[in-house]
Design a protein around this ligand. Structure first.
Ligand SMILES: [Zn+2]
Length: 373
């Protein structure tokens, strides 16, 4: 993922969905410490509700009667909301809430317009880290910082102390502290925080007493299983939401792809993560010196992704230079949406030198190219 500041344009019904999603995310944030919802509700939620009510009345349909009913709507597929969005823009199963938890789709809609706080915090923090590393001329520190956020969603006070003394990270202590916040007490069960064995994220206990991962991908695949347990006494901190969603989650796919390419190339392929302070995600140099640039995109909704990518200008920065570039999507996104690639390409036409492919198809291209070198 790369950093950019352009303002997006949303259609009226997209804006309604964006406002409701932003409101839901804010509401969930305020509830995470176990507090009851306090009135007034987030203003985005109220504005989104007002727009939705108007829309229903215009169509002669029964609108949600207030926020509690809107929350019930959020647990139903968005396709039932009768918004003016094409079937392609919405996945058939897309909804905003999974029980009490905002879905990844919800967070993507929330971020569809750039005024949301979390995105700003995340961008400011990364820009700040970049400027420190640029000034010290230590691009490796920048890469190490990104790796930290991706691989350590939770830290104890002691681990934090150790990390901040690592040579590559010692200049970034302030920024590391700013990236995390205390893990919410409401997630602790009998004095312990439980981490998902699959992704490392915090798990929470449902009203039925079952432990589930905070990451909806794990819940969707039913792979969340309790792994590491950390005592509350160890002063546990958790990566902030915007960084979890927009750095750590896609970062796993970036690191995994980098590793695959390194194994595939057996030192014939030069692989660099986040070259030139995150110009793009990966840069690979073939034995014949041909360079490819890769931007890994891990979004559940291809329409929202296309919307976001269209705002990138240029689509992929031309420096450090490359001949061919790819947007690469993790394979499992096609299991959730078989029409993913078509939906993305329809909404985001690409120039000839940039392609969009799933991870396995991209790897095949790399392998073919290597054989020709
Ligand atoms: Zn998980």
């Amino acid at each position: 993922m790369t950093v950019n500041f352009t303002k997006p344009q949303l259609s009226p019904d997209e804006l309604t969905l964006h406002l409701v999603a932003s409101g839901i995310v804010k509401l969930a944030e305020s509830l995470k410490n176990g507090k009851a919802p306090t009135l007034p509700y987030p203003k985005e939620l109220q504005r989104g509700l007002d727009r939705l009510v108007l829309n229903c009345l215009r169509q002669g349909r029964k609108p949600p009667q207030g926020v509690p009913e809107l929350l019930c709507w959020c647990r139903r597929p968005l396709t039932e909301w009768h918004l003016d969005l094409s079937q392609e823009d919405l996945g058939v199963a897309d909804k905003l809430l999974d029980g009490q938890i905002p879905t990844a789709i919800c967070e993507e809609w929330a971020i569809a317009s750039s005024d949301i706080e979390a995105e700003l915090t995340q961008k400011q923090l990364l820009l700040n880290v970049m400027s420190v590393c640029r000034l010290a001329d230590t691009p490796d520190s920048y890469v190490q910082f990104r790796r930290l956020l991706i691989s350590q969603l939770l830290l104890t006070a002691f681990e934090l102390l150790q990390i901040c003394t690592e040579p590559l990270l010692e200049k970034l202590e302030e920024q590391i502290q700013a990236a995390y916040e205390p893990a919410p007490e409401s997630y602790a069960v009998d004095g312990y925080f439980h981490c998902c064995a699959h992704c490392g994220n915090l798990m929470l206990r449902t009203v039925q007493g079952e432990l589930i991962c905070a990451e909806d991908r794990c819940r969707a695949k039913n792979v969340s299983k309790s792994g590491r347990q950390i005592s509350q006494k160890q002063q546990v901190i958790w990566l902030k939401r915007g960084l979890r969603r927009f750095i750590a989650a896609p970062g796993c796919a970036e690191l995994r792809l980098a590793e695959k390419l390194e194994n595939l190339g057996k030192s014939r392929l030069q692989v660099n993560l986040w070259p030139d302070f995150d110009a793009y995600d990966l840069r690979i140099v073939f034995p014949d010196n041909e360079v490819w640039a890769i931007d890994v995109k891990d979004w559940a909704n291809p329409f929202l992704l296309a919307h976001k990518v269209r705002q990138q200008n240029p689509l992929i920065p031309s420096k450090p230079p490359w001949i061919k570039a790819y947007f690469v999507f993790p394979d499992d996104r096609s299991e959730q949406r078989p029409d993913y690639l078509r939906a993305f390409c329809n909404h985001c036409p690409l120039p000839k030198q940039i392609k969009a492919k799933f991870e396995s198809a991209f790897i095949k291209d790399v392998r073919n190219k290597l054989q020709r070198c």
